[in-house]
Design a binder for this molecule. Sequence first.
Ligand code: ADP
Ligand code: MG
Length: 378
Amino acid sequence: MSLEKAKIGFLEAFGTEPAGVWSAPGRANLIGEHTDYNNGFVFPVGIDRRTYVALSPRKDMLCRISSALDAKTYEYEISKKMPKNLDWALYPLGVAWVMRESAKSGFDAYIVSDVPVGAGLSSSAAIECSVATALNEIWSAGKSRQELALIGQQAENEVVGAPTGIMDQTASMLAQKDAAVMIDCQSLETELVPMGLSSQGLVVAVIDTRVAHRHSDGGYRSRRDACEKGAKKMGVSSLRELGEADLPQMEEKLDDVTYRRCKHVVTENRRVLDAVESLKKGDLARLGELLLQSHASMRDDFEISVVELDTAVELAMEVGAVGARMTGGGFGGAAIAIIDESKMELLREHCKAIFAKKGFAEPNVFSVAPSEGARKDA
Ligand code: ADP
Ligand code: MG
């Protein structure tokens, strides 16, 4: 179990027991992709795959971190400049850097995760939020969950250099068991909506294509730029201010590519609101349709899907999913499907067989249960 592994890893790395272990979940976004940085709506769930950080305060201001990912220990001294070459440790040490004014000491930390890395399930937010929650406690920083989410995002934007929005960290901080979190990324208001999947025998399946993505690369950035350009040309401060009634005017004013990028965001915001309503009414068939429309919009208009993700969605529908779509920033990663639990084995076999036939890497297919946000475990 990862909680125990974190304690053992800490003991091996630093020679003592940790003061505590904290964890935060990855997330699967049901719907609302690339809408967060456009001040729009998103609708993710926290998943039952978490990142654990075993941590103890130190007597000096040194922050040391190691993980099961490699055998190295990375260091940063509070109030000094962030060193270069921190690799993955930029995420957790970036959080310490953002929180440096609250720092009462340095710390030793060891990280273990069962969130697949780079799969679009936000291992990055899970690591940031677990560390932010631990530091909030040992430094008695008194930050709210929403403030800790913003701290995680700031670390990712300013220290790692990935221009990602606020969805992942908000989901990882505020998620609840058996519920999805509707986030208004403009006001940062959230609403928990019960999922009620298990009473109907349904699960959220993840099909991790194992096609790696990196948000610090160009694709994500260029989509952000297109959205900004479109908003500017339309004379609004963000695409949130436009609705489907504005589409004809947008088509007239914007070049084809910018129009299609902006159209995705405008229609996706409406789909999120519809998805929330469908879930509240228990209309899962409608929710399924919205997932498929969202996928088509990302494939055709926003152009962030890849053939493996399109195939995963098709195969999920072939075995009888209620709906399916790629999830996360795109250019690889995972698709999700809402599907009868009894069909999971079939889905796994079908994906494995067809991916092999097409010469794709073997996908990792598993189900996730909507789970609670960041917490102290030990
Ligand atoms: P995603 O959030 O979809 O998994 P990202 O590219 O945003 O993908 O974040 C993945 C990066 O986060 C990894 O490349 C690594 O640098 C860091 N990371 C995430 N989890 C861990 C972990 N358990 N140990 C070390 N680094 C991690
Ligand atoms: Mg991420």
